[in-house]
Ligand binder design. Structure first.
Ligand SMILES: [Zn+2]
Length: 378
C-alpha cells in the first residue's frame, strides 16, 4: 500500500498538526499514513523560527548579572549583537528539524518507494529545503497548503537535477492567508531565509510547468487544451485562509484523495455524483431515470479510464480477466455492482460502521470496477 506522509506546520504557539489525525482517517482506507511530528518549535512557535529564545534569555541574564546596562550605546550594541546571534541560531534549529524529518521519513519507507506528501506551513519549508538539498529525496504527488516557500522556488531546477524528486505538486493557494505574507516580509527584512508567499499568490507561472486554476472546482484549461499536464498547479481558493483546507475532512476527500489517485478531482466529483444518482434510482426502482444515469456513466469518456468510455474500460478488464468474457449483460451487471458499492462506500465514509475501511476502498473507481468484476465472474 502506498504511503502518504503528513508534515505539520508550527502554529503561532507551536501547535503540532491537529489536522493530521482527521485527514489520516480519510486517507487510511486507501494509503498507509505516516504522521511526521517534530518538537523543535513546540513552545514558542513562529517566534522561534525567527529567533533562538535561549540565546536571548542567556544574553539578558549575562547583562543582568554583570550589570552592564549603563550607557545607552553599549546597551544597544549588546541587544543588536544578541539579535543577530539568535537569528543565526534559529537557522540551526531549522537544520535540526529538517534532519529529524528526513530521519523519521527514512525509517518509515521501504527502499524504492515514493511517498505522497501533504505539508502545511513550516512543513512546506522543510520539504522545499529537503528537495533542493538532498538528491535521495523521491516523492510521488505533493500537496502544499499554507505554503511559505518563495513564489520563485526553483521547481524546474529541482526536477532537472533530480528527475525523480517529485511527480506532481498541488499548491493550495489561499488568497486571505496572512502567514505567507509575514514569511515573505521576514525574508525581505533578512530575519528569515528562503521564505516567501507561494501559499498566498502561487508559484510563478511557467509554460508547460506551472499552471494556475481559479478554483478547486475547475479543471485546468491549459492542460485540457495542450496535454501533457503540467507537473505543478496552483489551485486558488478566493476566500481561503491559512488552515481553511482543514476546516472539514471533505476538502481532503474531494480534492486530495483523487489527486493522489491521479484522477482529476473535478471529474471524480462528477463520477461520484452520477454513481450516487444511479444508486438512488435503483433503490427507488425508478427505472427510466436509472437508465439515463447508467447510459451517462457507461458512455461518457473518463480520463481516469485512459480517456475511454466506462463501457470500453469494463470490457477491456473483462477480456483480460482469467475467467472473463465481454458481453453487454455482464457489463451491465458490473456497472450496477459498481455504483451500489460506491454508494455503500460513500455511506461507510460517514458512518464508520462494521468493516468500513474495506467498503470505503470502493470510492476509487478502478478498485470498485475490479471488485465488481471479481464478484460478477465468481
Ligand atoms: Zn494545467
Amino acid at each position: 500500500m502506498r504511503v502518504v506522509l503528513t508534515i505539520h506546520g508550527i502554529g503561532v504557539f507551536g501547535g503540532r498538526g491537529p489536522w493530521q489525525a482527521p485527514i489520516g482517517r480519510v486517507l487510511a482506507p486507501h494509503f498507509r499514513c505516516v504522521t511526521i511530528k517534530y518538537s523543535h518549535y513546540r513552545w514558542l512557535g513562529f517566534f522561534s523560527a525567527v529567533l533562538e529564545p535561549r540565546i536571548i534569555l542567556l544574553g539578558l541574564a549575562i547583562l543582568f548579572v554583570t550589570r552592564r546596562w549603563h550607557g545607552i550605546p553599549h546597551l544597544w550594541t549588546w541587544i543588536i549583537g544578541l539579535f543577530v546571534i539568535s537569528c543565526i541560531a534559529a537557522q540551526f534549529r531549522h537544520r535540526k528539524a529538517l534532519s529529524h524529518l528526513l530521519t523519521e521519513s527514512s525509517h518509515e519507507l521501504p527502499l524504492g518507494f515514493k511517498p505522497h506528501v501533504i505539508a502545511h506551513s513550516m512543513g512546506t519549508k522543510l520539504l522545499g529545503t529537503a528537495l533542493k538539498e538532498y538528491p535521495q529525496v523521491r516523492l510521488g504527488s505533493v500537496v502544499l497548503t499554507g505554503c511559505v516557500l518563495p513564489a520563485n522556488y526553483p521547481w524546474r531546477h529541482v526536477r532537472s537535477t533530480n528527475p525523480r524528486a517529485f511527480e506532481r505538486v498541488r499548491n493550495e493557494v489561499a488568497s486571505k492567508d496572512l502567514v505567507p505574507l509575514l514569511a515573505r516580509a521576514g525574508h525581505r527584512l533578512g530575519i528569515l531565509r528562503g521564505y516567501g508567499n507561494a501559499g498566498r499568490v502561487g508559484f510563478d507561472a511557467a509554460t508547460n510547468f506551472v499552471h494556475t486554476m481559479g478554483s478547486p472546482n475547475k479543471v485546468c484549461g491549459q492542460c485540457a487544451a495542450a496535454p501533457p499536464p503540467a507537473p505543478i498547479h496552483n489551485v486558488t481558493s478566493a476566500h481561503g485562509t491559512h488552515s481553511s483546507a482543514f476546516a472539514t475532512s471533505e476538502f481532503a476527500a474531494y480534492y486530495w484523495l483523487p489527486f493522489f489517485w491521479n484522477i482529476d478531482p473535478v471529474e471524480y466529483s462528477d463520477f461520484l455524483e452520477l454513481c450516487l444518482d444511479a444508486n438512488e434510482h435503483y433503490e427507488n426502482r425508478n427505472w427510466p431515470q436509472l437508465r439515463v444515469a447508467e447510459e451517462e456513466l457507461l458512455h461518457s469518456e473518463w480520463r481516469w479510464a485512459a480517456g475511454s468510455t466506462l463501457e470500453s474500460h469494463i470490457q477491456l478488464y473483462l477480456s483480460k480477466h482469467p475467467r472473463g468474457w465481454a458481453n453487454t449483460s455482464v457489463v451491465a451487471l458490473v456497472l450496477q455492482k459498481m455504483y451500489v458499492d460506491i454508494a455503500a462506500a460513500s455511506k461507510a465514509y460517514r458512518d464508520h460502521g462494521e468493516d468500513w475501511q474495506r467498503k470505503v476502498a470502493a470510492l476509487h473507481p478502478v478498485v470498485a470496477m475490479i471488485g465488481a468484476i471479481d464478484v460478477i465472474l465468481r
